[in-house]
Design a binder for this molecule. Structure first.
Ligand SMILES: Nc1ncnc2c1ncn2[C@@H]1O[C@H](COP(=O)(O)OP(=O)(O)OP(=O)(O)O)[C@@H](O)[C@H]1O
Length: 637
């Protein structure tokens, strides 16, 4: 997309005092330092005040193993225009609390969350918030500019033209120090740049609340402070920004306005960063001089100074209910006051979108299809390797079974070739999908949760994008094998052969999608081929359909490979194929195709039934994969 060369108005608000008298840490802005200017587009809607009371979270440890409580009735207040750090030792429940507050985790969650004084309505809250998880789930094959353009097309109103969208993108990228990296692919960005791109993508629709899980993990100190300064300036523009952090340095700690400290699912402190030292002093556990208060409270939370200190702090903080360590606690509005401040009529006027997502489904589909083709064009595995494998395997099989198709003495060999082709069409698309889909799944989870698109739009787009690649790779393979192995040169037979090949690829891929949607790579790699073995057994190869034990006969009806093999036999030996030539041997048992068909117990006239059975299998598997994906999207939460 062309970015309009709009002049960016540099409205710096990052260094002003906010409404509550908090001043941001003063850090001299460098020319291309991200996070030092503030976006041109400040939030236009009312800021968001979040209160949570008695929040609990229980997870199941498995069948008959009971549950584990991660959060023990914590309370808290997340004030607008503040950068809030959730801190605590490893395993304290920081990510869980963030998951609960963002609405990402819903199962096993108790307590109440209030937004501007009213009970949280998830549908409305999702429209004003975004969640940036710890692992950057970016499209590595697309450049920064392309990633942003796609996000803008999905998240900004369709009535905005490309110049207006371009202005938004330029503004965000300039402020986040990514403008110079516009043409760098996602996979080539550094850790800090990837983190900033993750933030940039979510900033496109100007959210009022941002949740970031460990945005500083894995970054060097300079990148850490860049990211935190960026969050600070965004918060001071009117957003509520909540991050989990591990153990920030004193400089980094000073950049946060508020801190919320957790220890084993309980709140030890909630208030401003500057009030932490007086708080500890008042609690009778003063922070030693020259000691980083952030380090000290984490050490206390870990029990390094005695386990007895933890309950003292939980009681003092009233497990998050105490607000006196905020700046000007007397000015913090009550829930009732907040409801008056933000009447429902104002909320209604601000609620401009009606659907679940920002743009209509038709727009989502076309943008996702565009993105899918762009990725496919560059994908070294799904496209380039797949095409190459089809060429190489096609040549190898063709060379191995050269001229087997026309020779009466080599009918059994040709039968083996047809089965080998079937195996190729089953294994390669299935395994590719099982191996690649789980990483795609993590991006889907993030983008779907952040309302970029619906699952339906996503599913339709991946189906459409994959179809031409499957057809082209199948066509290349079929032409090579068919010609090299001297199958009958009849356009109808080739069309039948090709149709069965494409169907087998599509069915195998849908099967792979089902497995990939539910299982991780390790389990999927084990289960995919293992579950395919019975289907091979029931295909009629090795044990003919006639010789299958009666109690296993049903297996041949559910095995799509049976329909594939029968379809190939119909294409090559059906249509009243004349007697075969016998040039390579004196005795030619199968020179009459009828004899061969009788021996393998296959009818040559089942082609259309096979196509019908494959169509039904394809529809069933595609539908099942869709519902499994839908289930997975909610189950992981
Ligand atoms: N699904 C789950 N099943 C069992 N235990 C879980 C589950 N999810 C989280 N936990 C446990 O809950 C505790 C809190 O986890 P959480 O990821 O919230 O901690 P954290 O403070 O973010 O830790 P870290 O800083 O190391 O990421 C940990 O002990 C973790 O093992």
């Amino acid at each position: 997309m062309m970015l309009a060369g709009a002049e960016i108005v540099k409205e710096s608000v990052a260094f002003k005092k906010d409404d509550h008298g908090n001043s941001a840490a003063v850090i001299a802005p460098g020319p291309s330092q991200p996070g030092t200017m503030g976006l041109t587009r400040v939030p236009t809607k009312e800021p968001v005040d979040i209160q949570f009371t008695n929040v609990t979270c229980n997870v199941s440890l498995g069948i008959n193993k009971g549950t584990k409580q991660i959060l023990h009735g914590v309370n808290g207040r997340l004030r607008p225009k503040q950068l809030i750090a959730i801190m605590g030792p490893s395993g304290a429940g920081k990510s869980t609390l963030l998951d609960v507050l963002s609405g990402y985790r819903t199962t096993g969650v108790g307590g109440a969350i209030f937004i501007n004084g009213r009970g949280r309505i998830m549908k409305n809250f999702k429209k004003m918030s975004c969640y940036i998880q710890q692992d950057d789930r970016l499209q590595g094959l697309l450049t920064v500019g392309e990633n942003m353009t796609i996000a803008a097309d999905l998240k900004l109103p369709t009535k905005m033209d490309k110049y207006e969208k371009g202005e938004v993108i330029e503004d965000i990228l300039t402020n986040l120090g990514l403008y110079e990296h516009m043409n760098t692919r996602g996979a080539q960005l550094s850790g800090g740049q990837r983190k900033r791109l993750s933030i940039a993508l979510e900033l496109i629709n100007n959210p009022l609340v941002m949740f970031l899980d460990e945005p500083t993990t894995g970054l060097d100190s300079s990148s850490c402070s860049q990211v935190v300064q960026l969050c600070q300036s965004l918060a001071h523009q009117g957003r509520t920004i909540v991050c989990t952090v591990h153990q920030p340095s004193a400089t980094l700690f000073a950049l946060f306005d508020q801190v919320y400290v957790l220890s084993a699912g309980n709140c030890l402190y909630q208030g401003t960063t500057t009030n932490l030292v007086p708080y500890l002093e008042e609690a009778g556990i003063p922070c030693p001089i020259y000691h980083n208060p952030a380090d000290y409270i984490i050490e206390l939370a870990c029990g390094e100074y005695g386990e007895d200190k933890i309950p003292i702090l939980i009681t003092k903080a009233e497990n998050g209910k105490a607000l006196q360590w905020f700046n000007n606690p007397e000015t913090i509005p009550t829930m009732e006051l907040l409801r008056k401040q933000y009447p429902l009529s104002v909320m209604r006027d601000q609620d401009t979108t009606t659907g679940e997502e920002e743009t209509p489904q038709s727009n989502q589909r076309s943008v996702l299809i565009k993105r899918g083709f762009l990725k496919a064009k560059r994908d070294p595995t799904m496209t380039h390797l797949r095409l190459m494998v089809n060429v190489v395997v096609g040549i190898m099989l063709g060379a191995l079974f050269i001229n087997a198709g026309n020779e009466g003495s080599r009918v059994l060999e040709n039968y083996n070739l047809l089965f080998a082709i079937l195996m190729h069409h089953m294994m390669s698309p299935m395994m590719l999908t099982i191996l690649t889909f789980p990483s795609e799944m993590s991006i889907l989870l993030k983008e779907h949760f952040n309302r970029w698109y619906s699952l339906g739009s996503y599913y339709i787009s991946i189906t459409i994008v994959d179809l031409p690649i499957s057809i082209v790779s199948c066509a290349i393979f079929s032409v090579i094998v068919y010609l090299m192995s001297s199958q009958p040169l009849d356009i109808a037979r080739f069309a039948m052969f090709f149709a069965i090949s494409v169907y087998t690829v599509l069915v195998a891929q849908s099967f792979g999608l089902m497995v990939g949607a539910v299982f991780n790579v390790v389990n999927g790699t084990f289960l995919g081929p293992t579950l395919s073995v019975p289907m091979m057994m029931f295909a009629g190869f090795g044990v003919t359909l006639r010789d299958l034990p009666p109690y296993l006969a049903w297996g041949s009806y559910v095995s799509y490979l049976r329909y594939g093999l029968e379809g190939y036999i119909g294409a090559i030996y059906g249509l009243d194929r004349p007697t075969l030539e016998c040039n390579e041997a004196k005795y030619c048992h199968y020179r009459y195709p009828r004899t061969f068909l009788k021996e393998i117990a296959m009818s040559p006239n089942m082609f259309w039934w096979d196509i019908l059975a494959l169509t039904v299998t394809l529809l069933v598997l595609r539908t099942a994969s869709f519902f499994l994906l839908k289930w997975k999207l909610s189950a992981v939460r």
